[in-house]
Design a protein around this ligand. Structure first.
Ligand code: COA
Length: 379
């Protein structure tokens, strides 16, 4: 009899093929449809990357014009979505608001039950176009500010910032935000994408799969880590007038204490990458640009103090959430909005995987090994 093997957490298990992206921990690389993510982040808009993930190729100029026209005309939130958001208390976490909004969008979509290629492409594109308004409106209502309507003369990143803050962001900030969206867009069979594929494999609709994926993303071992990173910075204390060196030394002491207490420090470590996350250098450059733009050297001190202390003690490297958290903080987003920003980006990857799953479906239904009581009977 062959010995039963349990793959706890599915670690190391290859469950299917995908042509959407390739994560290679040995070469420390990440390819979207064959293109290194660093090249895409340096040269493309997030709209082009969304198109690439869904269609397998970057758009021609004509295709981009058509795609952009469609995306810009679907940015406004319909009244019923605004009403659904308004029903939720301000005590609800913004991830719950995002999850609920997507669920309501699905329930109201005229093609809700249609999972044909055309219907799914339409649903993916309109969700991609409208979700930023959910995040922007949710942050504004929490600050007692009125909704800001989208602008169709701005690209995705610039419009997202416009709807959130009500003024036009400078090019440096738009660029860093665009880079973050591209880096967050896709990462093969991570927990939320796998959740989306499991749901899709039952022939449930696209919005159901995205709603479930948002639930998986919320946890601090996955997307919730970018928010948790900022809580760490806040716990250490962000002191605007402090020098980089002073902040680094306080951060180092905090990390040594946390590790002595065997705490897991969010923003570090990765299930697949063991020698550093391929996306971190590009996101760190975007963070550096924001630190320089806003003149906030103490953030760099906290960042490098924690990173160095973790490396010295455990050789565990930061993941993408580590530089992304403070970048969004500097841009002015509330900490609880960081993981919803991740949703906005990852809608592209999730829906690309959903469409791939539909195209070559097999119900995902693994086995379990029973270790409960032996068979027994009611007396
Ligand atoms: N802080 C402190 N120790 C960590 C750590 C972290 N962030 N990540 C891993 N470790 C340690 C574990 O304590 C464990 O040590 P041990 O063998 O002495 O018990 C070892 O490294 C292996 O960790 P494990 O959690 O089993 O590895 P994994 O592959 O299952 O974990 C993560 C991957 C992402 C879940 C894990 O690194 C983690 O929890 N990171 C923090 C959350 C996070 O940032 N998530 C975003 C991921 S993109």
């Amino acid at each position: 009899m062959t010995e039963l093997q349990i793959h706890k957490g599915l670690a190391g298990v290859t469950v299917d093929y995908t042509a959407v992206s390739k994560v290679n921990p040995d070469s420390n690389s990440l390819l979207y449809r064959g293109y290194p993510v660093q090249e895409l982040a340096a040269r493309c808009s997030f709209e082009e990357v969304a198109y690439l993930l869904w269609n397998g190729e970057l758009p021609t100029a004509e295709q981009l014009t058509e795609f952009t026209r469609y995306e810009r005309s679907h940015r406004s939130l319909p009244d019923n979505i605004i009403a659904a958001i308004d029903l939720l208390p301000l005590t609800a976490h913004p991830m719950d608001v995002g999850r609920t909004a997507v669920s309501v969008m699905g329930a109201c979509h005229p093609l809700a039950a249609d999972s044909s290629v055309d219907a799914n492409m339409e649903k993916a594109t309109s969700l991609f176009a409208a979700f930023p308004a959910v995040v922007a409106y949710d942050q504004r209502r929490r600050r007692n500010q009125p909704l800001v309507e989208p602008r169709d003369d701005l690209g995705y990143a610039a419009n997202f910032l416009w709807m959130t803050f009500g003024d036009e962001a400078p090019a440096e900030v738009v660029n860093a935000f665009n880079v973050s969206m591209i880096l967050y867009a896709e990462h093969s069979f991570n927990a939320s994408t796998f959740a989306a594929r499991v749901i899709t494999s039952t022939l449930a609709d696209l919005h159901s799969a995205v709603t479930g994926a948002i639930g998986a993303l919320k946890g601090p071992l996955h997307g919730g880590a970018n928010e948790a990173v900022m809580h760490t910075f806040e716990e250490i204390g962000i002191r605007k007038d402090e020098s980089e060196e002073e902040a680094a030394s306080r951060a180092k002491a905090w990390m040594e204490d946390a590790l002595a207490q065997k705490k897991k420090v969010m923003g570090f470590g990765h299930r697949v990458y063991k020698n550093g996350d391929s996306r971190v250098p590009t996101m760190k450059a975007a963070l550096d640009a924001m630190i320089a733009y806003y003149g906030r050297d103490e953030i760099l001190g906290l960042y490098s103090g924690l990173e160095r202390a973790m490396d010295e003690a455990k050789s565990i490297k930061p993941n993408l959430d580590y530089p992304a958290g403070p970048t969004y903080h500097l841009m002015g987003f509330d900490t609880e909005m960081f993981t919803p920003l991740f949703i906005a980006a990852r809608i592209t990857g999730w829906t690309a995987h959903i469409m791939e799953q539909v195209a070559s479906n097999s119900l995902i239904r693994p086995l379990s090994a029973y270790n409960g009581p032996d068979e027994r009977h009611l007396s």
